[in-house]
Design a binder for this molecule. Sequence first.
Ligand code: AMP
Ligand code: ZN
Length: 136
Amino acid sequence: MDCLFCNIIKGNIPSYKVYEDEMTYAFLDINPCSKGHTVVTLKKHYENFTDMPAEEAGALFATVKVIAKMVEEAVSADGSNIGLNNKPVAGQTIPHVHVHIIPRFKGDNGGSMHSIVADPKAADDLEEMAELLVME
Ligand code: AMP
Ligand code: ZN
């Protein structure tokens, strides 16, 4: 498959690998938002987070948990943003599931998850939304 991240994982394309185990592979983002910006992938190819089995999402996030702490400590960050862009509308450019760990530093002038999108009408129908989304 002609997937950039599959090729990085296989070693066909070089990367600054920071961690690898049986199921996951983490490397430095080539265009970092901050010092230490790291991308964690599952070795198996899934295009979207919402298409992957829960068990494999669990393995992915188990690695994210370990690497996020390691990265924060390594670059002496004050915190980090940890998340993923799911599908192109949300900013996903590489169609192979990956979680971003973006270290944050006091005074870096960055935003939070709340700065991604802000629909002023989103709070109008919370009750309706709760009924729609509740899982029995
Ligand atoms: P996303 O926009 O969430 O799909 O993120 C894709 C990320 O992959 C971006 O932050 C890119 O900077 C990063 N990226 C693209 N090509 C490479 C590469 N060859 N090595 C490392 N990171 C890459
Ligand atoms: Zn892939």
